[in-house]
Design a protein around this ligand. Structure first.
Ligand code: WT7
Length: 638
């Protein structure tokens, strides 16, 4: 590791050892009970722990075997079982008949519109849509692309897919038409769900025209189902477009769940890796909900009547697992907010918490830091007495933001669950439980049943306080099963870097008490405002501009967004650098990738530092940019 990183690590490990102990009440009332005791219990027999967890769900047919590694690394869980993800998230509750009238979804949008759906109403909506999909021939195993804002219809669409056994592929609405087209194409999706628009910072984002542009290049799409969200005027293609309300008109309010094998894929979710082609991460009907529900119970301490607000977007795994599936599997109320948290004023987020009496607020360090900039008076003016628990996810939370969140939002009453996990893990992996003593900036210890470690290249545990690669030594039910249509890449990315262990791609250290301190990615993956973006994806967007021959991008620290992008660009032969060209290239990249790629700076240069084999040495660019020691450059040719 570079010198700078290890220095930072010692700083973190020595300065943040103050412990925030949970109250007696918190420990006594928590579902998981005493922290060390539950960790010990699960470690003794993880398979038993997961089998008991699986019994919290309903299965059409139970498993013959809990776990198999016969075809490793294609691990299998609950072999022989029959089930359905949507059945467990929804139909099961309706059959049990206890929460039909409970609110499943509260939705509020930036301009103030609100809608609510009870479990019964959600069930009706999902059934109508499932029937409409079946009516047009959608069947098990088909892929359905979803490019929608954070609105109730995205939940209907995801659950309807799961119900009929089709795989949803949700693409974040901040991605460009090209990114959408690439993902549709890789999955060969038949149907695309979208909306006429999405409301954000006082304006309607025209999603439909982005979707239209994508469909032009993605030939597999037969039908585009358009939700009327903003009544915005949109271009309508009579050949393949249909309004959502027309699509479901007259459909029966009952629909059966497809009986799926526990290992059948439930959805694909694309995430960025080290090449420009995103990876389609596969999660399955059986194991995924087992893991997610267990974290709802143990991490978020769900008792049954909570109002849960996860501020992520459904387009990321956080949204899949903790806006939609987690809360519904647990039978509680999920809050969906469409828009930004600081409109019309910086206390909108705290107002929403008070208005709906939110009990659990699960958010990201970047949002906390953005709120910190407005000052403490905004959260101070709100008591937020309903809050019981806070959560953080997406990137390491700096101790300063942790303390601010703890003090001014949680009012020193609410523990913060700093949850480390990934698209690939499906569920929280390294995380405190409410009964754990907390340290500001540490994600605490592995979840019960998970064996995480920090190792060197050979897989040997590194000594306490030393940085190394974060790995998971065992398996868990909600783990990635493969990469869509690319099993070789699945093996290579996760199971080949270090023999016999799941390679997470993060750098971490453990302290004396076994607490994990996550440092960030080891690979060429950026975290811009908590969003995962591959450097290769951004670079290929740069070089697709006619004046650019080569480009390298790096992430540089940003006080609010965590990381932002700086690009080094080599221009074609006779092209001269200029301010106009800079703007033009920025616009081009934004169009290629979408607003998620926040570019701080573009630098025009003549040469890129490379190894003999031609690999760009981004680490050298980064050190230079940040004024640090460049480190070992013996492999560099120029
Ligand atoms: C990467 C995964 C799964 C949630 C959303 C992100 C980073 C995530 C934390 C945390 C430190 C974190 C890691 C990880 N990360 N949570 N609590 N502390 N780092 O999912 O887009 O798949 O990104 O996010 O670098 O590898 P993702």
């Amino acid at each position: 590791m570079a010198k700078k990183e290890s220095r930072e690590l010692t700083d973190v490990l020595s300065s943040s050892q103050k412990k925030y102990k949970p109250s007696k009440e918190m420990v006594q009332n928590s579902n998981a009970g005493d922290y060390e005791a539950i960790l010990k219990k699960a470690a003794k027999n993880p398979l038993k722990f997961w089998e008991e967890a699986a019994n919290n769900l309903k299965w059409f047919k139970k498993w013959d075997e809990v776990f198999s590694d016969k075809e490793k690394p294609f691990f299998k869980w609950f072999l022989g079982a029959k089930c359905n993800l949507a059945y467990n998230a929804l139909d099961r509750h309706i059959e049990e008949g206890k929460i039909n009238k409970k609110t499943a979804i509260i939705w509020e949008e930036e301009s103030g519109r609100t809608r609510k759906f009870t479990y019964q109403e959600l069930y009706t909506e999902v059934n109508k849509l499932a029937n409409a999909l079946r009516g047009m021939g959608v069947d098990r195993g088909d892929r359905i692309a979803i490019y929608m804002p954070n609105i109730p219809e995205i939940v209907f669409a995801m659950l309807a897919c799961a119900k009929v056994g089709a795989m949803h592929s949700v693409v974040y609405a901040g991605f460009s038409s090209k990114a959408l087209a690439d993902r549709i194409d890789d999955a060969q999706a038949k149907v695309l769900f979208t909306a006429d628009g999405s409301f954000r910072r006082g304006k309607v984002v025209d999603l439909k025209s982005i979707a239209d542009a994508a469909v032009k290049n993605a030939k597999s799409i037969e039908k585009v189902v358009v939700v009327q969200n903003n009544k915005a005027k949109v271009n309508f293609n009579k050949k393949c477009d249909v309004w959502y309300h027309d699509f479901v008109k007259g459909q029966s309010v009952y629909a059966h769940c497809a009986e799926m094998d526990s290992e059948d894929p439930a959805f694909v979710l694309y995430t960025s890796g080290t090449t420009s082609k995103p990876k389609g991460v596969i999660h399955v009907h059986g194991g995924y909900p087992v893991g997610v529900l267990q974290t709802m119970k143990y991490v978020f301490d769900i008792k049954g009547d909570e109002i849960f607000w996860c501020t992520a977007d459904p387009g990321w795994i956080t949204g899949h697992s903790y806006i939609i599936y987690g809360p519904l599997l647990a039978g509680i109320t999920t809050l969906m907010y469409e828009g930004v948290p600081d409109m019309p004023k910086p206390d909108r987020i705290w107002k929403v918490v008070e208005k709906y009496k939110v009990n659990i607020l699960y958010t990201a360090p970047t949002l906390i830091r953005a709120m910190m900039k407005y000052g403490i008076n905004w959260p101070k003016a709100h008591k937020m007495e309903s809050l019981r628990l806070l959560g953080s996810v997406g990137e390491p939370i700096n101790p300063e933001a942790w303390k601010w969140f703890y003090t001014y939002v949680g009012k020193k009453r609410c523990p913060i669950m700093d949850t480390w996990w990934q698209t690939e893990t499906g569920m929280n992996m390294i995380t405190p439980l409410p009964s754990a003593p907390l340290k500001a900036g540490s994600a605490c210890k592995p979840f019960p049943g998970i064996i995480a470690d920090v190792v060197d290249k050979k897989g040997k545990s590194v000594p306490t306080g030393k940085g190394g690669f974060l790995v998971i030594r065992n398996q868990w039910p909600s783990m990635i099963r493969t990469i869509f249509n690319n099993p070789e890449r699945y093996i290579k990315t996760y199971w080949s870097e270090i023999r016999g262990m799941y390679f997470a791609g993060d750098v971490a250290a453990k302290d004396k008490e076994g607490y994990f301190w996550i440092q960030g990615r080891t690979d060429d993956v950026l975290k811009v405002a908590g969003h995962r973006i591959g450097t290769a994806e951004v670079e290929s967007a740069f070089v697709s501009h006619k004046s650019v021959v080569e480009a390298a991008v790096i992430g540089v620290p940003d006080p609010v967004k965590g990381e932002v992008i700086v690009a080094f660009v080599i221009l074609a032969g006779k092209v001269k650098p200029s301010e106009e060209l800079n703007m033009e290239i920025r616009k081009h990249v934004r169009k290629e990738i979408g607003p998620v790629a926040v570019i701080k700076d573009i630098k025009f240069i003549d040469k890129l530092p490379k190894t003999r084999s031609g690999k760009i040495m981004r680490r050298v660019l980064k050190a230079q940019e940040l004024g640090l020691e460049v480190g070992d450059t013996s492999a560099m040719v120029n």
